[in-house]
Design a protein around this ligand. Structure first.
Ligand SMILES: Cc1cc2nc3c(=O)[nH]c(=O)nc-3n(C[C@H](O)[C@H](O)[C@H](O)COP(=O)(O)O)c2cc1C
Length: 221
């Protein structure tokens, strides 16, 4: 492929999705257990590249939305966890407006999981425990980057990194940056979308009830 090859026309791009469906009777009791089943399948034999990559959409106090990809680093009955810079655009949005939407776009297996909920910061202990698992270079990167702010040049960023690398060489413990940490998204709704033939997809959505149980509804594709 080179830059002179014709660009494919997206209007003519069309894939037939799988015949196998998603039935109410197949679903787990709760959405996190169902998520675990699908996540296992997405991760199996590399079916999906980075199945823990998810698009996080936030909105500021005026309702202006923004989206970006992050890596989901944990999930449990309390929700989905990702780590980021607390001064970033997304974190500033979440400080004003905790409502958030997540999408796991598992195109390779014709599935997506769509979550809506609210985000709150993880505790410092949980953040520190995860930070310790990160490779040394990523730990320094978290310090070096004032995420979402305008940076003068790549050289400025590299210089900040080199300075940190001199201060905390490999093998030395890097402290957790005070403005870096996790968010846990507690789900209000979780939709499991399965692509089907003729665009008659299955969409089953768990909705949180007041008493902590979940209702499941089917949405029209
Ligand atoms: C595959 C992928 C994974 C990413 N993972 C993270 C992540 O876990 N945390 C993070 O802060 N940014 C991550 N990023 C970068 C974000 O998409 C984004 O550029 C950054 O968080 C700044 O977003 P904001 O300015 O909207 O706050 C990732 C990007 C990609 C493409």
């Amino acid at each position: 492929m080179n830059d002179h090859d014709p660009v494919p026309d997206p209007a003519h791009m069309r894939k037939q999705y799988r015949a196998e469906g998603l039935d109410e009777s197949d679903l787990a009791e709760g959405p996190m257990e169902q998520f675990a089943r699908w996540f296992r399948q997405a991760a199996a034999e590399g079916a999906v590249f980075e199945p823990n990559a998810m698009v996080v959409s936030t909105a500021d106090a005026e309702g202006r939305p923004s989206s970006r990809t992050v890596l989901m680093k944990a999930y449990d009955e309390q929700g989905f966890v990702f780590y980021t810079n607390y001064d970033s655009r997304k974190a500033r949005d979440l400080a004003e407006n905790p409502y958030v939407s997540l999408v796991f776009p598992w195109h390779a297996i014709a599935r997506q999981v769509v979550v809506s909920g609210t985000a709150r910061r993880t505790g410092r202990d949980e953040t520190a425990a995860y930070f310790r698992l990160r490779p040394h270079g990523s730990q320094l990167g978290a310090w070096a980057s004032a995420q979402s702010s305008v940076v003068f040049s790549r050289a400025e960023l590299d210089a900040a990194y080199e300075e940190l690398n001199a201060r905390y060489p490999e093998g030395e413990q890097v402290p957790v940056p005070p403005n870096w940490g996790g968010f846990r998204v507690a789900p209000q709704t979780v939709e499991f979308w399965q692509g089907r033939h003729d665009r008659l997809h299955d969409r089953l959505r768990y909705v949180a009830e007041q008493d902590g149980s979940w209702r499941v509804e089917r949405l029209s594709p």
